[in-house]
Each structure stands twice: as C-alpha cells, then as structure tokens.
Design a protein around this ligand. Sequence first.
Ligand SMILES: CC(C)(COP(=O)(O)OP(=O)(O)OC[C@H]1O[C@@H](n2cnc3c(N)ncnc32)[C@H](O)[C@@H]1OP(=O)(O)O)[C@@H](O)C(=O)NCCC(=O)NCCS
Length: 153
Amino acid sequence: MSHDPGERLPGVIELRPATPGDVSALMELWEVAAENDARPADSAAKIETLIARDPEACTVAVTAEGRVVGSLISGWDGWRAHLYRLAVHPDVRRQGLARRLLTHAEARLVALGASRIDAMVLEGNDLGQSLWKDSGYEPQEDWRRWIRPVGTA
Ligand SMILES: CC(C)(COP(=O)(O)OP(=O)(O)OC[C@H]1O[C@@H](n2cnc3c(N)ncnc32)[C@H](O)[C@@H]1OP(=O)(O)O)[C@@H](O)C(=O)NCCC(=O)NCCS
C-alpha cells in the first residue's frame, strides 16, 4: 500500500487551490510561519496576481473549521518548475503536512512537464533544510542565483 504523507494528521486537513478569499489568511500565515528574510515583501495584490495568472499554483492546507494552516506555491512557466512559500503553522507542525503539500505540488509539476524541481532555501534555515534534505532535495553548489531588483515594490 502506498504511503500517504498526510496519514498522521489529526482531523481532516484539505489541500486545495487558494482563492482570492484566502489572501488575508495567507498573509497572516506567512507572518507567523514562513521564511521571510531576504526576499521581496508579500502583498495581497501580489497573491491576487498569482492566483489570477495560475489558479492552481498556490495550494493551501485548510482545517475542517476553515483555518488556513499551510501553503506551498508551485510555479510552472512552461520551462522550469519552482517551489515557494512552503509554510506550516506552528500549531500543526511535525505531523506530515509539509510532506503532503510537497507531494501534491510535485505531482502537479510533473504532470505539467517538469523534469526537475527547485526551491530557494536560506543558508541557516536548518528547519527548512531538514525538510528538503529528507524529501530528496540537495543544494546545487556550483550555481548561485544572480538578481537585480526592478520595479517599485
Ligand atoms: C519546514 C516546515 C514547512 C515543515 O513543516 P511540517 O509540516 O512540520 O513538516 P513535516 O511534518 O511534513 O516533516 C517532514 C520532514 O521534515 C523534517 N522536519 C520537519 N520538521 C523538523 C524539525 N523540527 N526538526 C527536524 N526535522 C524536521 C523531518 O525529516 C520530517 O520528517 P519526519 O517527521 O518523518 O522526521 C515548517 O517547519 C515551517 O513552516 N517552517 C518555517 C518556514 C520554512 O522554513 N519553510 C521552508 C522554507 S525553505
């Protein structure tokens, strides 16, 4: 029998695409649960733009009571596949929810045509790194991301 990464979760936590109605809950989740250093600031408008551009890209984990307790963005541009904003609320950590979000996103990206998936992980985020390592990801030591801020925000 295949292993369901969510099987240890108490109660029912549903994974579904985020809708515009989830935007404020996502902002609140990321304030308390996400890796927030060294990146452009989040905004409700940016999440709305993401949902409008690809309604399946942002997955939320929602309790039976309707509380958003997890998230993962899986971006597919037709060429490369990237994961962003993997976050699980501290109240429900270490119960397999991140693994479940990851399995869900990987299946979506593979179905879209991805042959490799990447995630940006901060040096020093030992918690995040333990999850990625345990899930089969490894740092690509011979590459470094080059960036230039553009626009106004
Ligand atoms: C990292 C994070 C998403 C993990 O969420 P989670 O739902 O608790 O993770 P899971 O229960 O699915 O754990 C999956 C695996 O990750 C590793 N892991 C997760 N939490 C860990 C911890 N506190 N210590 C050590 N390993 C841990 C383990 O290998 C674990 O497997 P195991 O429970 O079978 O040992 C969550 O802690 C979080 O939101 N952290 C802050 C945001 C963040 O750093 N996100 C990653 C950005 S790169």
